[in-house]
Design a protein around this ligand. Structure first.
Ligand SMILES: Nc1ncnc2c1ncn2[C@@H]1O[C@H](COP(=O)(O)OP(=O)(O)O)[C@@H](O)[C@H]1O
Ligand SMILES: [Mg+2]
Length: 283
């Protein structure tokens, strides 16, 4: 049996979407589900707030959030083995701590806090930036099934774990896999004297993509693969593909990325702009 799937809930609509996504994935993976709700007390422990009474209210609210979440799982996926946990800690570190033995961590794109215009909440950004397991960030309002998983690939080794996760997800869902390799000309190539042979460049990029997924084609013969090689910015290409995908999978970094930053520019851009669920898989 695989490790557990961990989902963070805070009672918000995006966290409900994350919960449903996690329950469905637990059934597909035959994995147990851990529903975690973190209660942060410190914002309430300032002198202006009365102590005992409000803390009890906080505990009651947490218990209600967790009970509601467990009820959602029981009614949506009665066969999934689910446990709930309330921890007294800030949510991001609490989720990170549970990630060790998990097969994946699932969170909503937003939560109850944050500012209204934000595309991503701080917990989701933090978890996606730190956890060494696949992190799935789920958006609410997407019940439709498209039958396609999208994987963003580049010419670096860094995308291997993302590709492996994407193929596994496609196989579990009986979905197809669209491997998107978006390449761009260096800016100086637009200078007429540079003399690039565009056909040659295009052919070379197609070969990069084909080589990268050849082994997975053999391992997952049941998954229909589309090699989608485009001259475009990867964030644009992946965001566009996300409109018709059940899941978009990216690595945390690509070629040329700074190892010191938590997320590469493509994964960050896709997390912010994708229309549906995004999995970030760290190498
Ligand atoms: N207290 C919490 N306990 C567990 N998970 C949480 C908690 N707060 C947020 N999360 C998870 O993180 C997701 C994003 O929320 P968050 O980053 O806090 O957004 P916002 O900044 O909009 O509140 C939520 O949908 C939920 O999955
Ligand atoms: Mg929040």
């Amino acid at each position: 049996m695989p490790g557990e799937i961990v989902v963070g809930v805070d009672g918000s609509a995006p966290s409900r979407a994350a919960l449903e996504w996690a329950a469905d994935d637990a059934l597909r993976m035959h994995a147990p589900l851990l529903v975690l709700h973190a209660v942060e007390r410190w914002p309430y422990q300032i002198a202006k707030f009365p102590s005992e009474g409000s803390i009890d209210a906080l505990t009651r609210a947490a218990q209600r959030i967790l009970a509601d979440a467990l009820a959602v799982v029981h009614s949506r996926q009665p066969d999934v083995e689910v446990t709930g946990e309330i921890v007294e800690a800030p949510p991001a570190p609490a989720l990170r701590e549970r990630a060790g033995g998990a097969v994946e961590i699932v969170v909503g794109s937003r939560g109850l806090g944050g500012f209204s215009g934000a595309l991503l909440g701080s917990v989701s950004v933090h978890v996606a930036g730190h956890v060494h397991r696949p992190v799935v960030v789920v958006r609410p309002g997407r019940e439709r099934v498209f039958g396609e998983v999208v994987a963003g690939i580049d010419d670096s080794e860094e995308c291997e774990p993302a590709l492996a996760y994407a193929f596994e997800q496609a196989a579990l869902r009986g979905a197809g896999l669209r491997a998107i390799y978006a390449w761009q000309l260096p800016v100086h190539a637009y200078a007429p004297e540079a003399g690039y042979d565009l056909d040659e460049i295009r052919a070379a990029h197609h070969k990069v993509a084909a080589d990268r997924i050849a082994a997975y084609r053999d391992r997952y013969p049941q998954v229909d693969v589309v090699e989608d090689v485009r001259c475009a910015h990867p964030v644009d290409a992946l965001t566009q593909a996300s409109e018709r995908a059940d899941l978009v999978v990216v690595g945390s970094h690509g070629r040329g990325g700074l190892g010191s930053v938590l997320l590469g520019s493509v994964s960050r851009g896709v997390l912010h702009h994708a229309h549906g669920a995004v999995a970030v898989v760290r190498a």
